[in-house]
Design a protein around this ligand. Structure first.
Ligand code: TPP
Ligand code: DXP
Ligand code: MG
Length: 645
């Protein structure tokens, strides 16, 4: 990165809104781009966040806010992980040190954060649908505004993007939306992109065509006035090199590919497209990590780094840290694949995040990265299972939401043995509410044939995955982001007793309910077993590690209900419909009535922040569990003596 800003007064510091940007001359834009890129690198290196994608969208963002009348014109970003330059130009420059921190600005666009964030997002491939909706609304309301969807080549692989193209490219009751779709093609997803579409994009921007376009454009367009430049640029890129594309078949006017780091190409092309009616499609070529050599060389490593020193780059950790649950899964997957040739593994574009790099290396023919296509991932697994294979779908809890109908209709209804390794269960931290895996217990346990396992620690996670793999039906094994308590992981795989929990702590008051001192039992699901055990010490409560939400260990529930005066359920999923609800349902059918306190994630969206602090805020650390138990049972006369201690 060259240091333009060292020699001239800062332009970026004078931009508090896009209107300020639009007052600058075209000749000043390269300096703004340089300062913007430096600001992104500087702030992300301090806060952590999505770096490579943001370095790649600097010029595109600048050109869009320069050409379009934002916020009147709508920019709809896909995924939204590349919106830091947009945030900086739209009044949030000085808030960047708070990015993804508790109480700070979000790492994604949010309608409640800025009027420039036209559509809340973080799950991919929604932009064209939303932009089409906005464009049609403008037509119906008689407003003349432009709507632009900016979507990456990775996000473009999802079926939803094509559903939207299919709909946006034709007239509805004679009305056609004025929508521009910009394909930001950096030839990368989080990991290298996959699939036939990627091959197609590669052909469109292949050395031969794209390089010739750039060179040809330079000579054709030299010394032409602005409007003429734009007109000829489009003609040049369109007519000469890309006679017919798939996007034209969808009803879009395709322009490109153009260099997304060249403001002299971007600004006139956008000006030209801005004034066109109907569905437009602009193919822009960018480089992920542009301008920061280390990120250019390894955009995967710099996709979402934690804080680092930009002068040195990301250093390998010196102290070996505890294994994350993701690593536990990755190790198990390789060991299991070694033992069972029927195992195949699927990721919807999350190879690194799901811990599958090693599996991909060692078992390339049994590894499937299907792109950002969660629905397909699930039904594809169903097909594999129909033919006797044992598919493992490694998927973040939040992204399984995309494949819910497929989970019910294609997998569970046919009782197919598909193992869902559900990573990022519970709160995830800096990504916030969009990525929180709060709902999977509730939405999987209600599906017939599904089994739902909630291991408490690393070793149990390995054994739960093994147990799930052996089971002849659909199973989810859920585990959170990051590390657990750090239990020793036993290499030997031993199946957990199916549908059975275990008592991990006995209250000292080992009596039958109603006699002697009152007793409380905590029924813990998943990793919250450990804070529950801690809370139990001062409460002198019994604690059960339930392990299974479904099939629930009803015998254990009955035993605990008969020998205790109150039950507490604890889980890192939503309270509504969650594991605690399963316990209540079982008590009801057993005809047992006693006070029950359900602890879990609240019926609100928990914002971004540090996971431990957020869990404490939700009352799900040891102190919070203890506090809630005391508060709740203080109101029950029969239990007052135990919680008053
Ligand atoms: C539905 C969904 N699945 C997976 C993800 C995780 N994810 C976030 S960004 C990304 C890659 C997107 O690639 P692309 O759109 O090309 O943007 P780039 O990172 O290249 O800038 C993925 C897989 C997501 N956000 N949403
Ligand atoms: C934007 C997006 O969806 C991913 O990049 C996500 O932020 C990754 O999260 P993890 O860091 O938990 O893998
Ligand atoms: Mg990309």
């Amino acid at each position: 990165m060259s240091d333009h800003s060292a020699t001239s007064p800062s332009l970026l510091q004078g931009i508090d809104s896009p209107a300020d940007l639009r007052r600058l001359s075209r000749a000043q834009l390269p300096q703004v781009a340089e300062e913007l890129r430096a600001h992104v690198l500087d702030s992300v290196s301090k806060t952590g966040g999505h770096l490579s994608s943001n370095l790649g969208t600097v010029e595109l963002t600048l050109a869009l806010h320069y050409v379009y009348d934002t916020p009147r014109d709508r920019l709809v970003w896909d995924v939204g992980h590349q919106t830091y330059p947009h945030k900086i130009l739209t009044g949030r420059r000085d808030a960047m040190p708070t990015l993804r921190q508790q109480g700070g600005i979000s790492g994604f666009p949010r309608r409640d954060e800025s009027e420039y964030d036209t559509f809340g997002t973080a799950h991919s491939s929604t932009s064209i649908s939303a932009a089409h909706g906005m464009a049609m609304a403008a037509r119906l309301k008689g407003e003349s505004r432009r709507v632009v969807a900016i979507i990456g080549d990775g996000a473009m692989t999802a079926g939803m993007a094509f559903e939207a193209l299919n709909n946006a490219g034709v007239a509805h009751g004679g009305l056609l939306g004025d929508v521009l779709v910009i394909l930001n093609d950096n030839d990368m997803s989080i990991s290298p992109p996959v699939g036939a579409l990627n091959k197609y994009f590669t052909r469109l921007m292949s050395g031969k065509f794209y390089a010739a376009a750039r060179e040809g454009a330079k000579s054709v367009l030299k010394n032409t006035p602005l409007y003429e430049f734009a007109r000829r640029f489009e003609e040049h890129t369109k007519g000469m090199f890309v006679p017919g594309t798939i996007f034209e078949e969808f009803g879009f006017n395709y322009v490109g590919p153009i260099d997304g780091h060249d403001l002299d190409a971007l600004v006139p092309t956008l000006e030209n497209l801005r004034d066109k009616k109907g569905p437009q499609f602009l193919h822009v070529v960018t480089r992920k990590g542009q301008g920061y050599k280390l990120a250019e060389a390894d955009p995967v490593k710099y996709h979402g780094p934690t804080p680092f020193n930009p002068a040195e780059g990301i250093k390998p950790a010196t102290v070996p840290s505890k294994k994350t649950f993701t690593q536990v899964f990755g190790d198990w997957l390789c060991d299991m694949a070694e033992a069972d040739p029927k195992l195949v593994a699927i990721t919807p574009a999350m190879r690194e995040g799901s811990g599958m790099v090693e599996f991909h290396k060692r078992f390339p023919t049994r590894y499937y990265d299907v792109g950002i296509a969660e629905q397909h991932a699930v039904t594809f697994a169903a097909g594999l299972a129909c033919e006797g294979l044992k598919p493992v779908v490694a998927i973040y809890s939040t992204f399984l939401q995309r494949g819910y109908d497929q989970l019910i209709h294609d997998v569970a209804l046919q009782n197919l043995p598909v193992l869902f390794a559900l990573d990022r269960a519970g709160l995830v931290g800096a990504d916030g509410a969009t990525h929180a895996g709060n709902y999977d217990i509730a939405f999987t346990r209600c599906v017939p044939n599904m089994s739902v396992l909630t291991p408490a620690d690393e070793n149990e996670c390995r054994q739960a995955l093994y147990t799930g793999h052996l089971h002849d039906g659909p199973v989810t094994v859920r585990y959170p982001r990051g590390a657990g308590v750090g239990t020793v992981i036993q290499q030997e795989m031993v199946a957990l007793p199916w549908g059975k929990g275990e008592i991990r702590r006995h209250s000292a008051q080992a009596q039958t309910r109603g006699h002697g001192s009152p007793r409380i039992a905590i029924l813990a699901f998943g990793t919250l077993l450990y804070p529950a055990l801690k809370a139990a010490e001062s409460l002198d409560a019994s604690v059960a590690n339930m392990r299974f939400v479904k099939p629930l260990d009803v015998e254990l529930v009955a035993e605990l209900a008969r020998t205790h005066d109150a039950l507490v359920t604890v889980e890192d999923g939503c309270v509504m419909g969650g594991a605690g609800s399963a316990v209540l349902e079982s008590l009801q059918s057993l005809g047992l009535a006693l006070p029950v306190l359900q602890l879990g994630l609240p019926d609100t969206y928990v914002e971004h922040g540090e996971p431990a602090k957020l869990m404490a805020q939700c009352g799900l650390d040891a102190a919070g569990i203890e506090r809630s138990v005391r508060e709740r049972f203080l109101a029950v006369p029969a239990l007052r003596s135990v919680v008053n201690k």
